[in-house]
Design a protein around this ligand. Structure first.
Ligand code: HEM
Length: 141
């Protein structure tokens, strides 16, 4: 689990990100779908062209869920229970895709906040996304 200093780092970087949450969410999905086109198979019902309204709306939803996780950083499992059930039982997203999405979000953060992405911040944020991903995929087991 996360140390106190990791929690502090995550909260700080989130405060910056959240001001541009929509831009960051959209760019993360654009990177996901262009670098890893196989991920598009989960969204056959979406217009996935860069900047499409559906892509932007979905990027906002993903970021809002991460915001909930940050706000409940001591209790992320409870905060994400419903989403965990959705991804496992309804959407059946293969867990490998969570690593790809996490990577694209990290790259997007590095592109937007290059001065903030020290090795320490990188590591803390990576750990947080691993935690979120493991919660969203734990119902599979
Ligand atoms: C839906 C969050 C990873 C595929 C959603 C929703 C949220 C969300 C908030 C909307 C739920 C609702 O409408 O009630 C997240 C978070 C993730 C993540 C926080 C990881 C950090 C993934 C991955 C994939 C995926 C890796 C597949 C590549 C989907 C699909 C939907 C969905 C297909 C339904 C879209 C729709 O029809 O509206 N996700 N997700 N998610 N997610 Fe995820």
């Amino acid at each position: 689990s996360l140390t106190n200093s990791e929690r502090a780092i995550i909260t700080t970087i989130w405060d910056k990100m959240s001001m541009q949450a929509d831009v960051i969410g959209t760019e993360t999905l654009e990177r996901l779908f262009s670098s890893y086109p196989q991920t598009k198979t989960y969204f056959p019902h979406f217009d996935l062209h860069p900047g499409s309204p559906q892509l932007r709306a979905h990027g906002s939803k993903v970021m809002a869920a991460l915001g909930d996780a940050v706000k409940n950083i001591d209790n992320v499992e409870v905060a994400l229970t419903k989403l965990s059930e959705l991804h496992a039982y309804v959407l059946r997203v293969d867990p490998v895709n969570f690593k790809l999405l996490s990577h694209c979000l990290l790259v997007t953060l590095a592109a937007h906040f290059p001065a903030d992405l020290s090795a320490e911040v990188h590591a803390a944020w990576d750990k947080f996304l691993s935690l979120v991903s493991s919660i969203l995929t734990e119902k599979y087991r």
